[in-house]
Every structure is written in C-alpha cells, then in structure tokens.
Design a protein around this ligand. Structure first.
Ligand SMILES: Cc1cc2nc3c(=O)[nH]c(=O)nc-3n(C[C@H](O)[C@H](O)[C@H](O)COP(=O)(O)OP(=O)(O)OC[C@H]3O[C@@H](n4cnc5c(N)ncnc54)[C@H](O)[C@@H]3O)c2cc1C
Length: 402
C-alpha cells in the first residue's frame, strides 16, 4: 500500500528537471571527496542502477520520453575549464565515455556566445519527463496489486506489538513493515528530520521552439546541459521542443519552510529569464509559458542516506539533494534490502552504512545556510577561490562543490 500525502508527481520528482544520472553521489567530485576508495564500487552500482532503470521502464511500458542523450557541462569562466578537465579525467578513470570540447566544438553542438569549453558525458546520463515517470510508476505499481491512497499524509509512526501503526488524518493502519521516502517534506522519523533541509529551486519553461529557433541553436543531439559555477543553471529540450531552464538561486526558508505559496518567486524568475537571454541571445523573441518551484531534499553530504528505525520495521531513504531521479530507485532497493535483512554489496557499502552530519536547530540552521549561500556566490565572483567559511566546511567534510 502506498500512502501519498499529496498527489502522485506533485512532490520534487514531478517538478524536477528530469535529468537522469547514474551518479549516486551527486557527481564524481563530491563522491571522491567523501568516499575515494569506494568510488569504483559506487560508480559500478550507479551504472547498474541506471541500466536497470532504462530496462525497467521498457518492461513496465512507462512512456516518459526518455532520451539517452548524455550531458554537457559547459564552462563560462576560464577557471571552470580546468575543473572540467579534472572531472573528465575522474569520469574516464571510472569507465565513463567522455570528451572535452573546445569553444568551437561546444558551439557546434549548442550555440551560445557564453561558452568557452565543455565536458560531454555520453554514458550514464539522459533526460526524461519526470511527471510522466511518476504517473507511470504509480500505474505500474497498481497493476501489480499495490493500492495507492493519495491525500494520506502519515503524521506518526508507532511500534505496537510487533507491528507498525501509521497514523493519517483520516485514520490509522497496521503494517508489518514500512518504507519512508518523504523527500524534502517533514518526515515522521526524527533521525531524517534532523538531516534534511528543503531548499527551493525554480524553473522556467519556454513555448515550443520554431524550426528557425531550433536551427539557430543547433542542439541536434539534445544533451542535458548545466553550467559549472557553484550557482549553476541546468537546461534541456523537452519532447515537444520547449526549453526547460532552471537552477541558480537556491532558497532556504526559515524553519524548513514549505507550502504552495513558495512555488512562485518573482525575483528568481526575473533573474532566470535574464540569464536565459544572455545565454541564448538568438532567442530574444521567445516567451516563457510555465514557471514553478519545488523543494530539494538537501542533506549535508549532498547525496542520500539510508537506515532502519523502530526496531528494524521501518526503513528510510532520504537526502538525494538535487540528483534523485535515478538515485532514488537505488535508495528504494537499499531500503527494501535493509527491511528484508538482506546483505548486498550496496548495503555493505560505506554509502549505506554512514549518515550525514545533522543540521543544527534554528536559528543557527538559517544562519549557517545563509552564510554558505553567500560564500558560494562570493567564490563564483572570485574565479572559484573558496574563502575561509567554505574552506572550514571542506575541512569538516561538509563542503559542496557543484
Ligand atoms: C526544481 C527541481 C529540479 C530538480 N531537478 C532534478 C533533475 O533534473 N534530476 C534529478 O535527478 N533530480 C532533480 N531534482 C531532485 C529530485 O527531484 C529529488 O531528489 C527526487 O525527486 C526525490 O525523490 P523522492 O521520491 O525521494 O521525493 P519526492 O518526489 O518529493 O516524493 C516524496 C513524496 O512523499 C510524499 N510525502 C512526504 N511526506 C509524506 C508523509 N508524511 N506521508 C505520506 N506522503 C508523504 C510527498 O507528498 C511526495 O509526493 C530536482 C528537484 C527540484 C525541486
């Protein structure tokens, strides 16, 4: 039985950019900085998870416009070129199919006057329609006998006589086991609540491109694209040839603020539009038809953590932090294996056995997050040089490098 607090696809998944990645660690650099010795294993498990996602979508006949078109990470500043060169080496050492593109070659793929160079990752990366994915998965689960109850937020879990009681506003039920996958929303588990902050991320969507607009861009191979600063944009074509353009601002609201009133943010949309037209001046006449925001389930190591509570009857997978479309499938597998008491390569890994440092309570939480946001913006203005605050976080193993 699936108890869904809102409606299927209303959470982060359905609102996401739809970049499907094989990375379980929010990129190789982040993984190497935390689990260097384990990265070959984590990359292998991530590639396996990616491949099984692709095969599973076919077997379950979920049409979500999947395109295995790879990723382009573009450099807009000179110092980002050396970052991309380093990442290319790391990816290649871990068995990925990558190429470094100079200015001319990247502009032949996708034309922007802002590009200096790019890293093209051809393996383990694709794009899909994430709402169609969520709806398709729910339909597939129902066809296999799962009962889906929307509007059933679980407010409390309790161990009772060898079972688990789950409470919603409409009533309670008793289960042998439960798996909590509550994303950025308030978890019924205290151990998850301490480790997750919702960080709001925003997206614009253009009207469909005309044939002339498409040819002014190139983009024949339809890669998902992101730029490389700490505050970065991500963008992609949809199946209907619109451009989804998001990222840059990442907004934390005091007290883990959530709610529909946060889904629209004028200042961020204006900034995103300005950056869009700077990147693609050849699209000066295009209009944005949709705009929205959603909460990212952020934890202090920037990739997910897993565990058991309530005497082993409840499992959780949480904290995918901006790259959870592919990794949450892996998270579900780990959590189910933990519930079943099955030891696997994945459950034995340090990734599965360790958890991120919790965030401090408010008001310190807000202060620390705002200081980090300001420090990341400052580093972007100073050719990537990290100031004392970011260096301290790096030393404590809490640093973020996009
Ligand atoms: C704007 C945006 C863009 C993003 N872009 C990408 C991207 O391109 N690629 C990528 O990999 N990741 C991206 N992400 C991150 C990604 O969306 C998340 O990491 C991932 O979707 C998390 O999946 P999930 O199933 O854990 O959470 P969700 O998709 O948020 O699902 C959690 C569900 O649990 C329900 N729920 C919560 N609490 C309860 C409760 N107590 N009881 C019952 N139900 C509950 C919620 O209603 C929700 O439907 C993006 C996120 C945002 C917001």
């Amino acid at each position: 039985m699936l108890l869904e607090g809102g409606a299927i696809a209303e959470g982060a998944t359905g609102r996401s950019g739809g970049f499907l990645s094989s990375s379980l660690t929010h990129g190789v650099a982040n993984g190497i900085s935390r689990f260097p010795a384990e990265m070959p294993l984590l990359e292998r498990l991530g590639r396996q998870n990616f491949d099984r996602t692709v095969v599973g979508l076919g077997q379950l006949e979920i049409d979500c416009d999947l395109e295995l078109s790879g990723d382009l990470a573009v450099a807009l500043e000179p110092h980002e070129e050396s970052w991309l060169a380093q990442e290319a080496e790391q990816l290649s050492d871990l068995g990925h199919d990558v190429a470094l593109l100079d200015r001319g070659s990247v502009r032949a793929e996708l034309d922007s006057p802002t590009y200096r160079a790019a890293l093209w990752q051809r393996s383990g990366a694709g794009i899909l329609d994430p709402a169609k994915l969520a709806w398709g998965l729910a339909r597939a689960a129902e066809s296999l006998g799962v009962r889906v109850h929307e509007g059933s937020r679980v407010s409390r879990l309790r161990k009772a006589r060898g079972t688990i009681e789950l409470w919603t506003a409409g009533g309670s039920l008793v289960a042998q086991q439960a798996l909590c996958a509550t994303g950025a929303f308030r978890s019924p588990l205290a151990t998850v609540r301490r480790r997750i902050v919702p960080v709001w991320d925003y997206v614009l969507m253009t009207e469909p491109l005309t044939a002339a607009q498409r040819s002014a861009l190139g983009w024949e191979r339809r890669q998902g694209v992101s730029d490389s600063a700490n505050r970065f944009h991500y963008y992609r074509l949809t199946a209907g040839d619109r451009i989804l353009w998001g990222g840059y601002d990442a907004i934390y609201h005091y007290g883990n603020g959530m709610g529909a009133e946060r889904e629209q943010r004028e200042a961020t949309f204006a900034r995103l539009a300005q950056h869009f037209f700077r990147t693609f001046p050849q699209l000066e006449d295009i209009r944005f038809t949709h705009r929205w925001g959603g909460p990212i389930d952020t934890c202090s190591r920037f990739f997910a953590f897993y565990g058991l509570s309530h005497g082993g009857r409840v499992a959780y997978a949480a904290g995918h932090t901006g790259l959870g479309i592919g990794a949450s499938r892996f998270g579900a597998r780990v959590a189910l294996d933990l519930l079943a008491g099955r030891e696997t390569e994945a459950t034995r890994s340090r990734l599965a056995r360790t958890r991120p440092v919790p965030f401090p309570p408010e008001p310190l939480r807000w202060t620390v997050i705002q200081a980090t946001r300001r420090a990341l913006a400052r580093a972007d203005r100073r050719q990537g040089r990290r100031g004392p605050w970011l260096r301290l976080l790096d030393r404590l193993g809490l640093g973020y490098d996009s």
